[in-house]
Design a protein around this ligand. Structure first.
Ligand code: 6PG
Length: 471
């Protein structure tokens, strides 16, 4: 009997998704190439899972292709980039029109559009599907963001929706996102939001640590915050990881403080620049990782610039301030991420439904949180509106603006680097000031380059140039 669903690439995510499919009763066939160093993968996977009659695996591509039901449904879980193109080329000669390829990696959405167009010419359907949730999510239920051919998606929906995480109404955390690379696009912005959320927690840690809070108390504090409105997966794991020791020391104190990154945060920043959407919390989180990675330089600089000032902070007054600051910075970061999605969707005519998107991000994915639950209804009520114009968020930010400002300024006085907190606050200030200072920018542009400007006292359709110099 042929298998209903094929999966290529038995890396961490591929293995977990294959098992997830098998655990949901899908007849699944996995393939991993027989490359040097990878010979053991298929036999080992088979022996570990010999109890699952509906799961098969092979290292022979021919067998893989001939053993799949038609139309073939093949999910790729290989490294983003050249490997995806290489696998597609390997598959193409043996595929039949109507077959469906699903790319479940963190591919760039421009690549996904290109592959979509290329495969369409050959009669092959292509679905670029963002998958979030790491190893555990992939195994127990990830959040899935499929985009591309709608028609092809309908054919694979029963599989993806079955293995996805469940939302609070027991619906699958999987929904069709939009044409072309829309699925991978939202996964990329998801990762951007993820970067900034991670950095906000890191900055919170830095403020509390510098103000003298011991690690074990911080773990308790984060766990406590995680019981209320601030509940999120990232806060939960941080509370947990702060408890881990290696001998007498906290493991966190032994970890070399240079952050890695695989690109999605930076891609989302470039994409935001392309559409001209303010993206500061996210772009700053990428830059913070870049700066952290310059550790040797930072060591030298820290010796030259000396110690930070020792300022006594009363933790009891600082903690509630930071808590409110954290809550408001998160709201602003989400507003920035979703605004980027809305603008890009409009530009490409993707018709992305922000409420549905928030819904599939309420479980399975890395940025799941109570805030995300709130966004489902908030975007449903006003899908066109900027998130920060929703009355509930206006109230929240008005109520915590003072605390956000004080937390940032106190942190800066301790010489801490708080780029994402500061970006959130600056965004809020810029966003809510009717009068910006851009009149000066326009005047300067016109002064040196005759770039012209509009006037408040004249119709905006008219552009003016002035002979500026009084010299
Ligand atoms: C997820 C994660 C996952 C991964 C990213 C970010 O949603 O499951 O976002 O896809 O962690 O690739 O990785 P980097 O931090 O290495 O860029």
């Amino acid at each position: 009997k042929k298998s209903e669903f094929g999966l290529i690439g038995l890396g961490v995510m591929g293995k977990s998704l294959t098992l997830n499919l098998a655990n949901h009763g899908v007849e699944v066939l996995a393939y991993n190439r027989q490359a040097e160093g990878e010979e053991h993968i298929v036999p080992q996977f088979l022996s570990e899972n010999s109890d699952k009659p509906n799961l098969r695996a092979t290292n022979q591509l021919k067998e893989f292709i001939s053993e799949l039901e038609i139309p073939r449904k093949i999910m790729l879980m290989v490294n983003a980039g050249a490997a995806v193109d290489a696998v597609i080329e390997d598959l193409l000669p043996s595929l039949d029109p109507g077959d469906i390829i699903i790319d479940g990696g963190n591919s760039h959405y421009h690549d996904t559009k290109r592959r979509n167009d290329y495969l369409k010419e050959k009669g092959i359907h292509f679905v670029g599907c963002g998958v979030s949730g790491g190893e555990e999510g992939a195994l127990k239920g990830p959040s899935m963001m499929p985009g591309g051919d709608k028609e092809a998606y309908e054919k694979i929906a029963p599989y993806l929706e079955r293995i996805a995480a469940r939302d609070k109404n027991d619906e699958g955390c999987c929904t069709y996102i939009g044409r072309e690379g829309a699925g991978h696009f939202v996964k990329m912005v998801h990762n951007g939001i993820e970067y900034a959320e991670m950095q906000l927690i890191a900055e919170t840690y830095a403020m509390l640590r510098t103000a003298g809070m011991p690690i074990d108390q911080m773990a308790e504090l984060f766990e406590d915050w995680n019981q209320g409105d601030l509940k999120s997966y990232l806060l939960e794991i941080t509370a947990d990881l702060l408890t881990v020791k290696d001998g007498d020391e906290y493991l966190i104190d032994l970890i070399y403080d240079a952050a890695g990154q695989k690109g999605t945060g930076g891609w989302s920043t470039t994409a935001a620049l392309d559409v001209g959407v303010p993206f500061s919390t996210i772009s700053e989180s990428v830059m913070a990782r870049c700066l952290s990675a310059q550790k040797p330089l930072r060591i030298r600089a820290s010796r030259l610039y000396g110690e930070r000032p020792v300022i006594e902070r009363d933790l009891q007054t600082l903690i509630p301030k930071i808590k409110q600051a954290y809550q408001s910075a998160r709201v602003i970061n989400h507003a920035i991420g979703f605004e980027m999605i809305k603008k890009t969707s409009e530009e490409n005519n993707w018709g992305i439904n922000l409420s549905q998107l928030a819904r599939i991000w309420t479980n399975g994915c890395i940025i799941r949180s109570s805030l995300m639950e709130e966004l489902v209804s908030s975007f449903k009520a006003s899908p066109e509106e900027h998130m920060l114009l929703a009355p509930s968020f206006v109230d929240l930010l008005k109520g915590s603006r003072k605390e956000l400002t004080e937390a940032v300024s106190e942190g800066l006085q301790m010489f801490l680097s708080l780029p994402v907190y500061a970006a959130a606050l600056n965004y809020l200030n810029g966003f809510t000031n009717e009068q910006s200072s851009a009149n000066i920018i326009q005047a300067q542009r016109d002064y040196f380059g005759a770039h012209t400007f509009q006037r408040k006292d004249k119709p905006l359709s008219k552009y003016f140039h002035s002979q500026w110099t009084n010299k």
